[in-house]
Design a protein around this ligand. Structure first.
Ligand code: URA
Length: 442
């Protein structure tokens, strides 16, 4: 294998042989090919794409670069949910304990923040002591004991994706359908699932803002699932504004706990229940979405779902006292509210600008070595369509320093626009895609 020749072929628009891609990915994963060559190849793929054969070869090579969970001894159905990435998207933290509390095993392997989006692993690690780097035997044991493990990708599972994900983040090559599809699906297939629900984000804050691309991404991931006998259902959900109110790691943990206590923002609960209903139907726990919503609402109202989160936190070494006392989560020393600049109707709360604002506050990374400050971020209090008056607080900024408060406010000034006309936010859940085709949700 002569790596520069492969890069040139892709650069010039010619397909690579599946066997060549496989060899290359495995060699990169083992440290036999340097980052700079793969970075060049990723950029060539960004512009030239991959055909289905190439994408399958990439996903399979990533999968075979490491080990898989072995959950075949579990008598329970095994279902996970994965999102393509958003701002304020803390659904996984609510959904994993909720669904596990209803008799479904949830082996949830998540990522760290990528680009402007937050990552479930960073959020979980804001719980003091919480350990996400579980070994495969630890994750398997925890799943058989309490039905859920929330883990980060280790060097053992899909290590090729771990390296490629970090390299893509650092080289402007995240937003490519076959790279996103193979990255997500290799991890999910390695979890040994019996069903998978995908939350494909839609709108300006999504990695792929165009509807056609989102539908193509859903199709690619459903196809990859079919090849591994993994049933996949995808929902397209709105990411033209942040989900919920909180954006920032510890703030999002607090908001997730609120939802599990029966409070929390309505949009976040709705997306959680829509995705959860698909999970419970794939697991054959319920045969209709209505029945699934009822048992999820009961699990929240009775405290069963919150107790499952407590079990997960304890099993993974975290401080369960955060559940009743949010001051045990990291607290930013500086807070200020961000006022509306004029009377009017909120037109946009642009998620990318909010996500980059969280990074500017120190709550995300600009390179993989950066340490994340879990305490910082925003708690927004306005959504597109809200009528506001000049001076009304639109958000609270949580920052490390007074200077950071200024940087945080600058990002919000770019993110939030106020005008006079009606806002036109996307529907919260707009499409359902499965192997049977695409349904538009009324
Ligand atoms: N999430 C992933 O796991 N991979 C991507 O490429 C994008 C989002």
């Amino acid at each position: 294998m002569i790596v520069p020749r492969l890069i040139e072929r892709k650069r010039d628009g010619h397909p690579l042989e599946p066997a060549e891609l496989r060899e290359l990915v495995l060699a990169y994963s083992d440290g036999r090919v340097p980052d700079y060559q793969i970075a060049a190849l990723l950029m060539a793929i960004y512009f030239r794409g991959l055909d289905r054969g190439e994408m399958n070869a990439l996903a399979n090579a990533m999968l075979d670069s490491g080990k898989r969970l072995d959950l075949s001894r579990l008598a329970l159905p095994r279902v996970d949910k994965h999102s393509t990435g958003g701002v304020g998207d803390k659904v996984s933290i609510i959904l994993a304990p909720l669904i596990a509390s209803l008799g479904v095993a949830v082996p949830m392997m998540s990522g760290r923040g990528l680009g402007h989006t937050g990552g479930t692993v960073d959020k979980l690690e804001s719980i003091p002591g919480f350990r996400t780097a579980l070994t495969i035997p630890e994750a398997e044991q925890q799943l058989s004991k309490i039905g859920c493990a929330m883990l980060s990708q280790t060097k053992e599972i899909v290590p090729a994706d771990r390296k490629l994900y970090a390299l893509r983040d650092a080289t402007g090559t995240v937003e490519v359908i076959p790279l996103i599809a193979s990255s997500i699906m290799s991890k999910k297939i390695a979890e040994s699932l019996t069903g998978l629900v995908l939350d494909i984000k839609r709108g300006s804050g999504a990695f792929l803002p165009k509807l056609d691309d989102e539908l193509a991404l859903a199709g690619a991931m459903i196809d990859l699932g079919m090849q591994h006998e993994l049933p996949v259902v995808a929902l397209l959900t709105a990411m033209d504004r942040p989900l919920g109110w909180a954006c920032g790691n510890a703030l999002e943990i607090a908001e997730s706990i609120d939802v599990l206590m029966g409070a929390g923002p309505a949009d976040l609960l709705e997306v959680t229940l829509a995705l959860g209903a698909e999970m419970l139907q794939l697991a054959a726990v319920c045969s209709t979405a209505k029945a699934a919503r009822e048992i999820m609402s009961e699990a929240i109202a009775s405290g069963k779902a919150l107790r499952k989160l407590e079990e997960i936190i304890v099993a993974q070494g975290g401080d369960k006292r955060v559940l009743s006392d949010f001051t045990r989560l990291p607290q930013a020393p500086h807070r200020a509210s961000f006022p509306a600049a004029r009377d009017g109707i909120v037109q946009q709360v642009e998620p990318r600008a909010v996500g980059y604002g969280v990074i500017a506050l120190g709550g995300g990374r600009t390179n993989m070595e950066d340490k994340v400050d879990p305490s910082v971020g925003y708690v927004l209090t306005a959504k597109p369509g809200d009528r506001v008056t000049k001076g009304q607080p639109l958000a609270t900024i949580h920052a490390r320093t007074a200077a950071d408060l200024q940087a945080g406010a600058k990002a919000l000034a770019e993110a939030i626009t106020i005008g006079d006309g009606d806002a036109e936010p996307l529907p919260l859940v707009s499409h359902r895609i499965s192997a049977k085709g695409v349904e538009v949700i009324p």
